[in-house]
Design a protein around this ligand. Structure first.
Ligand SMILES: [Zn+2]
Ligand SMILES: [Zn+2]
Length: 261
């Protein structure tokens, strides 16, 4: 099978005068995660790093007004679609419970035949479209061989926990531990603008709560915590941004489903 070349590989949307969202539109929706860039006075911040199919760092540095400024990568959790390009960044923050998997991640293939049946069913049950033969429907450059895809590990250089602050000088956000989808999942709460970077704890698509390392009671507690935040916008780990009404609908729908309301 031959695939078309998608140039550029990453989709790019401006969310406000300092915040960008990068996406991988040619990755299957299950594995197509958001990558955020927040520009700061003293440092810039990247939240998650996609699948690692195409180099991310040059794209990020191309957006930054000053590519020489310090750059912090904040990894919400160690799933394949959030850590792929982590090794391209020198400063890597993550929660201690995700550190081992980040350093030495479970090998991953782009061939969907390598995905075990139980995950295939889990994704269908959650509401995603069936997998494609490969996890991509295009390649990032001529001659790219999807069978040579490898997930590269990169241990965190600093560990962060609930209540820690990520400080860009003129932008400060609090680390929220949001377990359930992954034990050490973390989000960021920017109180000044009412913005939640919700990771895979909340996004506007089917939530995944039933796999290895996942916990419905923990997930329910994380969603209740998110419900109590005075959010103006939620930037989730997948899918477009949404506001507080949609936040309430998503939270209440899953709490009902789990009998945790
Ligand atoms: Zn994800
Ligand atoms: Zn995930």
């Amino acid at each position: 099978m031959t695939y078309p070349v998608a140039l550029p590989w990453y989709g790019l949307t401006s969310l406000d005068d300092r915040t960008w969202c990068l996406t991988e539109p040619h990755v299957h929706p299950i594995f197509s995660a958001n990558i955020f860039l927040v520009l700061g006075r003293d440092a810039d911040l990247v939240i998650d790093s996609g699948m690692g199919i195409a180099p991310l760092r040059p794209v990020i540095d191309g957006i930054r007004p000053d590519p020489a400024k310090p750059l912090i990568l904040f990894t919400t959790h160690a799933h394949v679609d959030h850590i792929g390009a982590a090794h391209e960044f020198e400063t890597r923050l993550a929660h201690p419970l995700e550190a081992e998997e980040m350093a030495d991640p479970t090998p991953y293939s782009l061939d969907s035949a390598d995905i075990p049946d139980r995950f295939r069913q889990l994704f269908l049950d959650a509401g995603y479209p069936p997998l494609w033969p490969m996890l991509i429907d295009a390649i990032p450059h001529e001659g790219y061989d999807p069978s040579r895809y490898r997930l590269t590990g990169a241990a965190p250089t600093s560990l962060v926990r609930d209540g820690d602050v990520v400080d860009l000088g003129d932008w400060r956000a609090e680390v929220l531990h949001l377990p359930g989808h992954s034990p050490g999942q973390i989000g960021l709460w920017h109180d000044a603008s009412g913005t939640l970077f919700g990771a895979d704890a909340i996004y506007d698509g089917p939530l995944i709560y039933d796999g290895p390392g996942m916990s419905v009671p923990d997930y329910a507690a994380s969603l209740k915590r998110i419900r109590d935040l005075p959010v103006k916008q939620v930037y989730g780990g997948h899918d477009p941004a949404f506001g507080p009404e949609r936040r309430d609908e998503i939270v209440n729908r899953y709490l009902d489903l789990w009998g945790e309301a």
